[in-house]
Design a protein. Sequence first.
Length: 326
Amino acid sequence: MPEGPSVRKFQLLTSPFVGQVVAKVGGSSRKLSVNDLNALRLQDSQVHGKNLYLAFVAAEGPVGPTAEEAALQREAACGARCPAQGQQGQDGVPHPYSQDEELQEAQHSGSEAPEAAEGRGNWLRIHFGMFGSVRANEFSRASRANKRGDWKDPVPRLVLHFESGGFLVFYNCRMLWCSSPRADPASDILAVEFHRGRALRALSAPDPICYTLLDQRYFSGLGNIIKNEILYLARIHPLTPGSLLALSDLERLLDCALQFSSEWLHHKLRGQGLHPQVYQKEQCPLGHPLMKGTFGPTDGFKRLTWWCPQCQPAVLPGDGDPSPVT
């Protein structure tokens, strides 16, 4: 499913529509009554981790973008001008997972998975599936034939036409109403409020480091692509218990996570695709054969992991004297 940088770009696409009134709605969503959005004003747009939140009020209600929204407005024009992706999902990366895997991941992704509806609020929470995306003023077109050989365009879950004449299209996502965004900015890897100390304490747990990185309580927006890439960049074996790593290693891994996520977003806003070094590759950049395994906690979702045995050697108890994380 789209990771933090992708969802932040989706938010930038919605940002220019804040303050506008919905004139017409459409879409195939069955769990959301799309007609309820008709004649409402889009009041706010926020992103937290892997979730997009849109606030709607009655058309005669006040328009009050948040401070975060005001800051993002300056970047919205760039995001809206970015070339559309050729197909839904992460840029330039194939998606071998099935819809069943997508649903299982959502059930085990911690705070990022949508909870049961809590009753009608004015915030629409949008959680994207594996090929989820947002389009502004255009529809997604089929880039290949489906399994039946048909060239059918993707069916949008929600289409919002605004009085200005522009429109937003949402694909492969689940939506529910909530009273407010359920988010902790201190855990969002792309938020200025991200809490570095708390993240380091989480990484120092005795769990395999690849499990902790996908824990959305501490690394909201960090997904499987980022996980694979930063473990390679930091030269850390994915199954290394965090408690066996020195503080300097954990610091380097966290630096890689923040820098990679920021650079990925930077590239997206310029219409550039992702070129992973190990994710779904057969060799690392140094030409070493990669290994692949499916790892995850006993009660959680298992994700495919790629690593280089030479560049990311296993760490065994007694290999070092890790510094405590305070």
